[in-house]
Design a protein around this ligand. Structure first.
Ligand code: XIL
Length: 300
């Protein structure tokens, strides 16, 4: 195969990228996107601040643009993200009443997931709910503080009804190292959900790595999560300085686990990256393939 998407498809996987809707008019950007990737995640456009900037006022213009591009190009679409403490409007953060917040959260999920019902391969239903550091507990947020830890279960149950055909993922960062309390917290959440029949289908490992790349336990983490009976996806891969070996190792860790079903890089060119100064992606600022591109293609 000569493209990332086609190479990943050889083993039934996808290879995707985050897309910024405002760049779809950049022909260099769109040429690479259409050629190389067979899955798209909206980098920002499906987040709460974009889709419901004020209560029950839903705005889907920029999200629709990305969804339409995915449909017209025959790409899978990942939904990112329904419930997240960040890029969350102040009007949501200010809610103190549990009944109000529960109805606001469920209305948001129903409306956003409902709009794209049937079009989304996987939804990041809840993003980044766990705290950093050694607690293994949820981080403070309006959702946790007002609704309690059960907000995650409620969000997944609502999302299942809103789009029964989408895989429902829990997505987070710094859960790639098996020997971390945060990873264990997510593992225990997924195990609990599976044991009680709470609808969850996948775990997203963001995989924002430093220049050393993935931790040595990365494949173990993927395999252990998958053994709970969920798919695992690498959802936001980028690696400082984009070392060829580091990229190939991250890809191989996924390919070595049957239920690791797809990989997404968090942007196309280094100039598109939220970590742009670290040059963490597979294409340079001129749209040329970097050495890490070749190592990824060879590993797929
Ligand atoms: C980032 C985007 O890339 C930036 O454009 C935006 O300013 C902030 O969010 N974890 C996530 C992504 O789940 O949504 C974040 O995306 C990167 C970290």
């Amino acid at each position: 195969a000569t493209t990332l998407g086609a190479a990943a498809a050889q083993s039934g996987r996808y290879f995707g990228t985050a897309v910024a809707g405002g760049k779809l008019g950049d022909s260099q950007y769109t040429t690479i996107l259409n050629r190389e990737f067979n899955s798209i995640t909206a980098e920002n456009e499906m987040k709460w601040d974009h889709t419901e900037p004020s209560r029950n006022n839903f705005t889907f213009g920029s999200a629709d643009r990305i969804a339409n591009h995915a449909r017209s190009q025959g790409k899978q679409l990942r939904g990112h993200t329904l419930v997240w403490h960040s890029q969350l409007p102040d009007w949501v953060k200010a809610i103190r009443d549990a009944n109000t917040l529960r109805s606001v959260m469920n209305n948001h999920i129903n409306t956003v997931a409902g709009r794209y019902r049937g079009q989304i391969h996987s939804w990041d239903v809840v993003n980044e709910a766990f705290a950093d550091g050694g607690s293994g507990q949820l981080r403070p947020s309006v959702f946790r503080d007002v609704l309690g830890n059960g907000f995650i279960e409620e969000a997944f149950r609502t999302a299942r009804t809103a789009d029964p055909g989408a895989k429902l993922c829990y997505n987070d960062y710094s859960i790639e190292d098996w020997n971390s309390a945060k990873t264990q917290g997510v593992y225990n959440l997924v195990r609990d959900f599976k044991s009680r029949g709470v609808p969850i289908d996948c775990v997203g490992l963001q995989a924002h790595f430093g220049s050393g790349g993935a931790p040595g336990t990365f494949q173990t983490t993927i395999a252990n999560m998958a053994a709970l009976g969920v798919d695992v996806q690498i959802t936001e891969l980028d690696i400082a300085q984009a070392g060829s070996t580091q990229y190939a190792n991250a890809v191989k860790a996924c390919l070595n686990v049957q239920r690791c079903t797809g990989i997404t890089t968090w942007g196309i060119r280094d100039s598109d990256s939220w970590r742009g100064s670290e040059n963490p992606l597979l294409f340079d600022r001129s749209g040329n393939k970097k050495p890490a591109y070749e190592s990824v293609l060879a590993a797929l």
